[in-house]
Design a protein around this ligand. Structure first.
Ligand code: NA7
Length: 537
C-alpha cells in the first residue's frame, strides 16, 4: 500500500524521481549519496520497471546479464552471481530487488503511486507533482526515469472489449499463473516479446495462431549457464568489461569488424556469418562487419544467409517464405533473439497468419476476424509493443512555464537539449528519455543519472535554484541527433525508434544513434564549459 511520502507538502524535496526501473533506482541512489533529500514514486507494486511489467513466460535479456547490470557500487558486482549469460525475467526482477535492499533504497520509494501531473511554479521555482491518489508533492528538481518501452500499444481494431476469453499484453503480464494448457491461443506480434513467448505457448496450448504483421530477422540467442569459474572470471574482469561497454557505441561488450565484408570471398563471408550465428546474444548485430549497417549489398549478403537458415529450419516452404522479411534489412529494426522459434512452425497445432495477406478486421466475442475468416480463440496475447520513448509521457500532464504542456512542445516529435532538458521546462531532467539512448540502456542512463546528480549538486553549492535550456540549444541538439542517423540503413526503416509502429503517430527519430562515447563527451563538454546551452540562476 502507498505510504505517505507523497502527502507531505510542508518541506519541498530537493529532487523527486519518477520510475523505479534500472535507471530510476540508480538515480535515486546517486542523488541520495550526494546528500540530497530525494524520493522516488513508482506506479507498480514492485521495483524493476521493464523487468517488473514484462513478466511473460520467456522474457529474457538480449544483453549479457553482467553488462546490463550495475557496475557501481562494487558490492553489487561482488555479491550477486548471475546464473545465465542472458538472464530470464524472474532472475532480473530478483536482482533489482536485491539492489533496492542492498542499497537501502526502499525507505525513499513509494510504490503503487502513479504520477499523473507535474506543474512548474516560476514564482516558487518548484515542481508540484500530483499522483493518482490525489496527493501532491513539491520538489525543486524533477527527474523522469519512465523507461523507453513502458506504454503498451494495442492494435487499432475494434472489439477488444468484446472478447469474452482471456487476454494479456506481454508488457502488462499478470502476477498470477497464466495457464495455456488445452486452450486455443493467439499471439499477435512477432517482435522480441512475441518471438520469446511463442515457444512457451506452443508447448502447452491446444492450438496456437500467430498473427504476424511483419516478420523479423531473428537469430539464436545461444544462451548458456554461468559456471562458478566463469562467474569468478567475470568478477576478476569487471573493470575490463566495464571499459568495453563504456567505450562501445551501443554500451555493449561487442565491437563491429571495421573491415569491409565486400572485400571477402563468399566463402570467407560465410565463415564469419556461421560463427556469428552460433555466437551468443546480439553478436550478429553488434560484432558483425560495420558495413552491414551502411551498405545495401553488404546487408543483402547477410539477409540471404539468414533467409537460408530460416528455410532450413521451417519444414513448409510456404510458411518459411512468410517468415522471411522483405520490407527491411538486418539491423534496420531491432532483431529479436530466439530459442527454438522457427521450429515451432513445424508443429501441427501451430498456424502462421500473415496480416499482409489477410488484415485483421476486428476482435469479436469469441476470437479474431480477418478479411479471410474468423479464428475461434480462448486467449489472445498482445505482443504488440509499445508507444516508444515519449508514450509514457502522454500519461503525465507535465506543464512548464506559462502552464505549457510538454506534449505540445513535443507535438512534432521530441525536442530536447542533450536529451536532458526541454526548453520551457526548468528543473525537469529526463533520464532515459528521448534523443539520448540506444542499445544497452543502463549504460546510457547511468551516464545521465551521474550528470544530473553532479549538476544538482553544483547548482545547490552555487546557491542556484533554477536551470533551464533554450530553443537554440534544442535546435543544435536536434541537428546533432539527426546527423547520427542520417545516411544509415536504419534511417529508412519503419520501426518503434521512429514511432512508426503505432498508427497515426508522427514519424520522428526518438533515440540517439551517435554512440555512447560521443554522447558522454557531449554532455560532459557542456558541463565543463560552464553548463553551455543551459541557463543557471
Ligand atoms: P516490438 O518490437 O515493437 O514488436 C511488436 C510486434 O507487434 C511487431 O511484430 C509489430 O509488427 C506487431 N504489431 C504492432 N502493432 C500491431 C498491430 N496493430 N497488428 C498486428 N501486429 C502489430 O515490441 P516487443 O515488445 O516485441 O519488443 C520491444 C523491445 O524489447 C525490442 O525492441 C527489444 O529491444 C526488447 P511491426 O513489425 O510493427 O509491423
Amino acid at each position: 500500500m502507498p505510504d505517505n511520502i507523497a502527502t507531505s507538502t510542508d518541506e519541498p524535496l530537493d529532487a523527486l524521481v519518477v520510475g523505479a526501473g534500472i535507471s530510476g533506482l540508480y538515480q535515486l541512489y546517486a542523488l541520495r549519496t550526494a546528500g540530497l533529500k530525494v524520493r522516488l514514486l513508482e506506479a507498480g507494486s514492485g521495483v524493476g520497471g521493464t523487468w517488473f511489467w514484462n513478466r511473460y513466460p520467456g522474457a529474457r535479456f538480449d544483453s549479457e546479464s553482467y553488462t546490463y547490470a550495475y557496475f557501481f557500487p562494487r558490492e553489487l558486482v561482488n555479491e550477486w552471481t548471475w546464473s545465465e549469460e542472458f538472464a530470464g525475467q524472474p532472475e532480473t526482477e530478483r536482482y533489482l530487488n536485491f539492489v533496492a535492499d542492498r542499497l537501502d533504497l526502499r525507505r525513499d520509494i513509494q510504490l503503487e503511486t502513479r504520477v499523473t501531473g507535474a506543474r512548474w511554479s516560476e514564482a516558487e521555482r518548484l515542481w508540484t507533482v500530483t499522483t493518482e491518489h490525489g496527493a501532491t508533492v513539491r520538489t525543486r528538481f524533477l527527474i523522469t526515469a519512465l523507461g523507453i518501452l513502458s506504454k503498451p500499444a494495442f492494435p487499432n481494431v475494434p472489439g477488444r472489449e468484446d472478447f469474452k476469453g482471456e487476454w494479456y499484453h506481454t508488457g502488462l503480464w499478470p502476477h498470477t499463473n497464466v495457464e495455456f494448457t488445452g486452450k486455443r491461443v493467439a499471439v499477435i506480434g512477432t517482435g522480441s516479446s512475441g518471438v520469446q513467448i511463442v515457444p512457451f505457448v506452443a508447448k502447452d496450448a491446444s492450438s496456437l495462431t500467430i498473427f504476424q504483421r511483419t516478420p523479423n530477422w531473428c537469430t539464436p540467442i545461444n544462451n548458456f549457464a554461468i559456471t562458478p569459474e566463469y562467474a569468478q572470471q567475470l568478477r576478476d574482469d569487471v573493470d575490463k568489461i566495464y571499459e568495453l561497454c563504456r567505450t562501445s557505441p551501443g554500451g555493449s561488450k561487442h565491437r563491429p569488424m571495421m573491415t569491409s565484408s565486400l572485400d571477402l570471398t563468399d566463402e570467407q563471408r560465410r565463415e564469419h556469418f556461421d560463427r556469428l550465428y552460433q555466437a551468443p546474444g546480439l553478436s550478429m548485430a553488434l560484432a558483425n562487419f560495420r558495413d552491414i549497417a551502411l551498405d545495401r549489398t553488404a546487408n543483402a549478403n547477410l539477409t540471404a544467409y539468414i533467409a537460408e537458415k530460416i528455410r532450413a529450419r521451417v519444414d513448409d516452404p510456404a510458411v518459411a517464405e512468410k517468415l522471411i522479411p522483405t520490407d527491411h534489412g538486418f539491423g534496420q529494426k531491432r532483431p529479436p533473439l530466439e530459442n527454438g522459434y522457427y521450429e515451432v512452425f513445424n508443429q501441427p497445432h501451430v498456424e502462421l497468419i500473415s496480416l499482409a495477406d489477410e488484415p485483421m478486421v476486428r476482435i469479436t466475442e469469441t476470437g479474431i476476424e480477418t478479411t479471410k475468416g474468423h479464428y475461434e480463440l480462448d486467449m489472445i496475447i498482445f505482443g504488440t509493443g509499445f508507444e516508444a520513448v515519449t508514450g509514457s509521457y502522454r500519461a503525465i500532464d507535465i506543464r512548464g512555464i506559462d502552464d505549457r504542456p510538454l506534449l505540445d512542445h513535443w507535438d512534432n516529435g521530441p525536442r530536447t537539449y542533450l536529451g536532458l532538458q526541454a526548453e520551457g521546462f526548468p528543473n525537469l531532467f529526463f533520464v532515459g528519455g528521448p534523443q539520448s539512448t540506444a542499445g544497452n540502456i543502463p549504460r546510457f542512463t547511468e551516464v545521465q543519472a551521474d550528470w544530473v546528480t553532479r549538476c544538482i549538486a553544483h547548482l545547490t553549492a552555487q546557491g542556484h535554484t533554477r536551470i533551464g535550456t533554450s530553443a537554440a540549444a534544442e535546435e543544435e541538439w536536434n541537428e546533432h541527433v539527426l546527423s547520427g542517423i542520417r545516411g544509415t540503413l536504419q534511417e529508412t526503416a519503419e520501426s518503434w525508434s521512429f514511432g512508426s509502429n503505432v498508427e497515426g503517430r508522427k514519424r520522428a527519430y526518438l533515440l540517439y544513434a551517435g554512440g555512447l562515447p560521443t554522447y558522454r563527451d557531449k554532455i560532459t563538454e557542456a558541463e565543463s564549459a560552464d553548463y553551455k546551452g543551459f541557463e543557471l540562476s
